[in-house]
Design a protein around this ligand. Structure first.
Ligand code: S3P
Length: 172
């Protein structure tokens, strides 16, 4: 898998709860590449949490910062990058990713996603009357766009090691 990647970055895209970071990190380890999570990087450079950024500056400003951070991260590769769920939806970010990276969409169904995100309330986009419905709306809006990723891997409720192996096999 490492050879197949060459000098490209490996970029995980998909909705919140799809496992982009929890699978991306061990995949990076297996590949011997550095791992970075774009949300964590945004929080580091802004010295604010994602929730604080949304509250203080709004989603649009967050997206602008996200695009800048990802562009910089992709240039310094090869690395494994897990993106926030909205990143690949942004056309400019998508173009950056398509240049010089292999993208993997971790695709999951609503119940798998909901099971994982509903325990934590760090996601500002899900602070709505009916967060499960909001998640479903995001799925409907975004799945056709995530489908532009180079590779799709079904994210299921199985042992993480199995998912890691499936991703590595999909790359090779
Ligand atoms: C978002 C997903 C989050 C975070 C922000 C917005 C989205 O990242 O970037 O809350 O638009 O789907 P995760 O996918 O890592 O939860």
């Amino acid at each position: 898998a490492r050879a197949a990647l060459g000098q490209r970055n490996l970029v995980f895209v998909g909705l919140m709860g799809a496992g982009k970071s929890s699978i991306g990190r061990p995949v990076a380890h297996q590949l011997g590449l550095p791992f970075v999570d774009t949300d964590a990087e945004i929080e580091r450079v802004s010295r604010m949490t994602i929730a604080e950024l949304f509250a203080a500056y709004g989603e649009q400003e967050f997206r602008a910062l996200e695009t800048r951070v990802i562009k910089r991260l992709l240039k310094g590769g090869p690395r494994v990058v897990s993106t926030g769920g909205g990143a690949f939806i942004n056309e400019r970010t998508r173009l950056h990713v398509k240049r010089g990276s292999l993208s993997v969409w971790l695709k999951a169904d609503l119940d798998v996603l909901w099971e994982r995100v509903n325990k934590r309330d760090t996601r500002p986009l899900l602070k709505t009357e009916n967060p499960k419905q909001t998640l479903e709306n995001l799925m409907n809006a975004r799945y056709p766009i995530y489908a532009e990723a180079d590779i799709t891997v079904l994210s299921r409720d199985v042992n993480k090691d199995i998912m890691v192996r499936e991703v590595l096999a999909a790359i090779a």
